[in-house]
Design a protein around this ligand. Sequence first.
Ligand SMILES: *[C@@H]1O[C@H](CO)[C@@H](O)[C@H](O)[C@H]1NC(C)=O
Ligand SMILES: *[C@@H]1O[C@H](CO)[C@@H](O)[C@H](O)[C@H]1NC(C)=O
Ligand SMILES: *[C@@H]1O[C@H](CO)[C@@H](O)[C@H](O)[C@H]1NC(C)=O
Ligand SMILES: *[C@@H]1O[C@H](CO)[C@@H](O)[C@H](O)[C@H]1NC(C)=O
Length: 392
Amino acid sequence: MKTGQPWRVGMGDMQILPGARHRPPMKRPMWIIVLISLVTVFLICAYMYPPQSSAACYIFSSRNCPEISYWLPPAPAREYTDEELASHVVIKDILNRPPIQSHNSKLAFMFLTRGSLPFEKLWDKFFHGHEGKFSIYVHSSKDKPVHVSHYFSNRDIRSDQVIWGKISMVDAERRLLANALQDLDNQHFLLLSDSCVPLHNFDYIYDYLMHTNVSYVDCFQDPGPHGNGRYSEHMLPEIEKKDFRKGAQWFSLKRQHAVIVMADYLYYSKFRDYCKPGLEGRNCIADEHYLPTFFHMIDPAGIANWSVTHVDWSERKWHPKSYKAQDITEELLRNITSIDVSVHVTSDEKKEVQKWACLWNGVQRPCYLFARKFYPEALDNLLHIFSNYTAI
Ligand SMILES: *[C@@H]1O[C@H](CO)[C@@H](O)[C@H](O)[C@H]1NC(C)=O
Ligand SMILES: *[C@@H]1O[C@H](CO)[C@@H](O)[C@H](O)[C@H]1NC(C)=O
Ligand SMILES: *[C@@H]1O[C@H](CO)[C@@H](O)[C@H](O)[C@H]1NC(C)=O
Ligand SMILES: *[C@@H]1O[C@H](CO)[C@@H](O)[C@H](O)[C@H]1NC(C)=O
């Protein structure tokens, strides 16, 4: 007979052992050792291949059995502080309310700049003909901007100094939101920098944002030094390390989320106090962690997890790639606008690449509506090809 099955091989081997049949019967201690070995092998197998039936669960009390969990006392729920409970009920209530209906929905373009906007002429071209469907807010942290487009005149809000990496960056974002929320027609709130340019025409961007119910907040888990390495246990008990997230600051928030950011003081104050450059040897940047972590905790399904503003970190330098005048070609812009997969790379040694399709209402679509960073000298070339690259 063929010895196809492994256990047959074993039995056959035993049978041809010389003199095996003539051995005297085993003594009692030998039987005990054999019995213990068999039981041990059985238990190891049972552990490695957990049983699936509930009867087997009863016997082995395996981790994989759902029934078992009912026997254990539930994990003690942490008792919330007064502030935490208040914060939770307010956030839940806002999330459960239907969005404010407006007959004249507008996009709020919130520019966080140092001074004048180098691409104002390009934005002028972008906004032209779409009056009534947008509003502009400019927060200039250093110099009073000189405006060349009438869309931008008198749109400066009261501003304050912004120091890179510090909470003053988040404060400026909140100041822009507070101003833009006063207009009840504003439905989506876009944060843009002075080095951002539009990748599409106005109608495309308007439809993309108005016909979706999520906010575009960049959010991913980075176990490396530039991610979880910046977490401080002082943020406990409200913010646990497992919830700490990272993402670029350039967001697009739906109105409901913008109101929630206004309502939040508790989580904001945790980042203000314990996420800053130089604290305990960590270089925590509040604007890269506060909103990603906050929205991951309160409404993970309500954010897209990527930013609609493209930036190219592929050179893996301290600063992202910046485009000069000679870089501006229709091919470059088409390349950026055709990206439909969002990519994040962790900062640990593994440099794990996290990729996910950009799903817009369940359909894969290009991820980006804006791009940075462009040198001011790129303006003329951008103006020259704008109508071409935004025509779709
Ligand atoms: C968004 O709308 C889709 C269906 O249109 C729904 O399945 C989803 O739950 C909604 N998401 C949020 C965050 O409201
Ligand atoms: C964003 O990521 C979270 C996990 O962190 C996930 O629960 C959520 O569904 C994602 N959002 C969308 C719109 O896919
Ligand atoms: C555009 O993408 C193609 C294909 O990935 C690449 O070969 C080309 O160099 C890119 N062009 C620019 C200007 O980035
Ligand atoms: C725009 O596209 C058309 C057709 O592809 C082309 O003939 C024209 O030269 C382009 N214009 C510029 C400014 O690149």
